[in-house]
Design a binder for this molecule. Structure first.
Ligand code: ADP
Length: 534
């Protein structure tokens, strides 16, 4: 998707070295680009939202509901639109979720700023007002915080479900939330989560409900890894107390003239070559056996004869293990990677309590469970197609990030637009005390926050205006947790129905949106420097 057709369309040439637009034209162009992006992701907010299908430049098809993933894949060719994409990226990096919220808020702040400029407010006055309003909103957020018991799986389940219902079919949201909670609780250590200890493995084919949390590290094995094993030397599917070796390169025999092609000057040379190959194979196998390895994971390919000889020695050889998986295996088992088989010794090997082979769909998996102090779990994600499991992986990554924040900070807020209406109500009162025209900007900030309940209502087929009026009335009456129960289409107490979100996500969304929109508001000149000046 292309936002505008590029800055050059907006910029009349000024001279041969530079192009520029400035003043109201520049501001109009900037606000339009920001608003256009917000409109793009608008329909993806909340439980009743719709997905986007994106065809990437390299021809890959992605179906997603995740704001950051959508913007990341768009072909954006406008500097201001890129700044809005940065908002989503920063939100994803620092909070793990809330990307659509942050982008929608940025778009609403820019739209309201455009109205204020038209009324005659100076951009710096608007940015001062926005700044004051964001500070006040963050203070109010802190006061509205609800402390939770991070050891209570029911509480965590509610928070996980709020993330997932925003992005996945409701009937499966409870099930997926349960997986995410079990995974984070399994790796939690003194109130901290090391996300590296949770890996995700996707296998297309099967139902979402076949997904599971597996104790240990799941490695996708090449089918070929076990195809050479003859029936007489069939491996047990479970190896207990296994010694693990990790090889960074390939296990192949280099012939004198290089890989694959051998030229004989004389047919007599053939037996000598075969003898040479056998000797090298034997040496390779002996090195692995002498190191005491029961399982060897190799980053590249393994020659069939080597796999066969290793199988005879009861050593399972897994080829084409991804580099990141080798790294994880190193962490879980304590094994050192060796660059070449010649350098392998017993000191480089690690230990696993169990290595188990399992089939899932058309894939063969190795499940490696580390020592007693290893807290490693894997989410094995199953779904109808590769698109489904990929989206499931993105959603569970967000969910795990949110649970991490929740467990570490234990502070949550009511979702469903409740907190935004509460902040807006407070900000309107607060704005009255601000001197000068910045007061109007603070009120505009309050209006912008209400883009969240408006959009949630609109996406759920509820009347956005009636819903907002109803919410405002309830908040004025003192019900600060009233929000949109979009699944039932009415207004309810969000704490009672368990729609909860971590404080950090909201705070980051508000500050990221305010900082980006203030930066954009203050730009009144766009100059494209000539290539010579780069
Ligand atoms: P983001 O990328 O901003 O997290 P989502 O599409 O995940 O966007 O939607 C998050 C919004 O959906 C939040 O405002 C959250 O409170 C709201 N939400 C999630 N579940 C529910 C629910 N069951 N009822 C009402 N609102 C919900």
């Amino acid at each position: 998707m292309r936002i505008k057709s590029g800055i050059h369309q907006l910029l009349p040439a000024v001279n041969k070295d530079a192009e520029r637009i400035h003043g109201a034209d520049a501001q109009y162009a900037n606000f339009s680009a920001g608003k256009a992006l917000a409109e793009t992701v608008q329909t993806t907010l909340g439980p009743k939202s719709l997905d986007k299908m994106l065809l990437t430049a390299d021809g890959k098809l992605v179906v997603t509901n995740d704001g950051a993933s959508i913007l990341d894949r768009m072909d954006i060719n406008h500097p201001i639109a890129e700044m809005v994409v940065d908002v989503a990226e920063t939100q994803e990096d620092t909070a793990g979720d809330g990307t659509t919220t942050a982008v929608l808020l940025t778009g609403a702040l820019l739209r309201n700023a455009a109205d204020l400029i038209e009324q005659g407010l100076h951009p710096t006055t608007i940015s001062d007002g926005y700044h004051l309003a964001a500070e006040r909103a963050c203070e109010t957020l802190q006061q509205a915080t609800i402390r939770i018991d991070a050891n209570d799986p029911d509480q965590l389940q509610k928070i996980a479900r709020t993330v997932i219902t925003g992005k996945w079919d409701n009937p499966d949201a409870r099930f997926l939330a349960g997986l995410a909670v079990r995974a984070v609780q399994a790796v939690e250590c003194d109130g901290l989560i090391d996300r590296r200890n949770i890996t995700q493995q996707t296998v297309a084919g099967g139902s979402c409900r076949d997904s599971e949390v597996i104790d240990g590290l799941v490695i996708d094995m090449e089918r070929s890894s076990t195809s050479m094993v003859s029936p007489t030397t069939a491996f047990p599917r479970r190896i207990e107390d296994a010694t693990i070796a990790l090889i960074d390169s390939q296990l192949t025999v280099e012939t004198v003239t290089g890989h694959g092609t051998v030229n004989f000057g004389d047919p007599e040379q053939r037996p000598a070559l075969l003898e040479y190959e056998d000797r090298v194979y034997e040496e390779c196998v002996t090195t692995i056996v002498d190191a005491g390895a029961d399982v060897v994971f190799c980053q590249k390919s393994i020659d069939d004869p080597i796999r066969h000889f290793l199988a005879r020695e009861n050593v399972l050889a897994v080829e084409r293990t991804r580099k990141d998986e080798l790294r994880k295996l190193g962490r879980v088992t304590g094994a050192q990677h060796v660059g070449s088989i010649d350098h392998l010794s017993a000191a480089d090997t690690g230990r696993a309590r169990v290595v188990e082979r399992r089939s899932a769909g058309d894939r063969e998996l190795a499940i490696v469970t580390g020592g007693s102090d290893s807290k490693q779990v894997s989410l094995l994600l199953r779904g109808g197609t590769a698109h489904v499991v990929d989206e499931m992986k993105r959603i569970l990554s967000d969910c795990i990030a949110v649970l991490e924040l929740t467990i570490e900070h234990r502070e949550v807020l009511p979702g469903g637009g409740a907190i935004e209406v509460m902040l807006a109500t407070d900000l309107r009162d607060y704005a009255v005390g601000i001197e000068g025209q910045a007061q109007l900007a603070a009120t505009a900030f309050a209006d912008a926050l209400e883009i969240i309940p408006r959009t949630l209502a609109k996406n759920a087929g509820m009347d956005p205006i009636d819903s907002l009026i109803d919410l405002r009335t309830r908040h004025h009456a003192g019900n600060h947790t009233a929000g949109l129960a979009v699944l039932t289409g009415d207004i309810q107490d969000m704490v009672a129905v368990g729609v909860l979100e971590p404080l950090t996500i909201k705070r980051r969304a508000i500050t990221n949106a305010q900082e980006a929109s203030n930066t954009i508001i203050r730009i009144d000149d766009i100059i494209v420097a000539s290539a010579d000046n780069d």
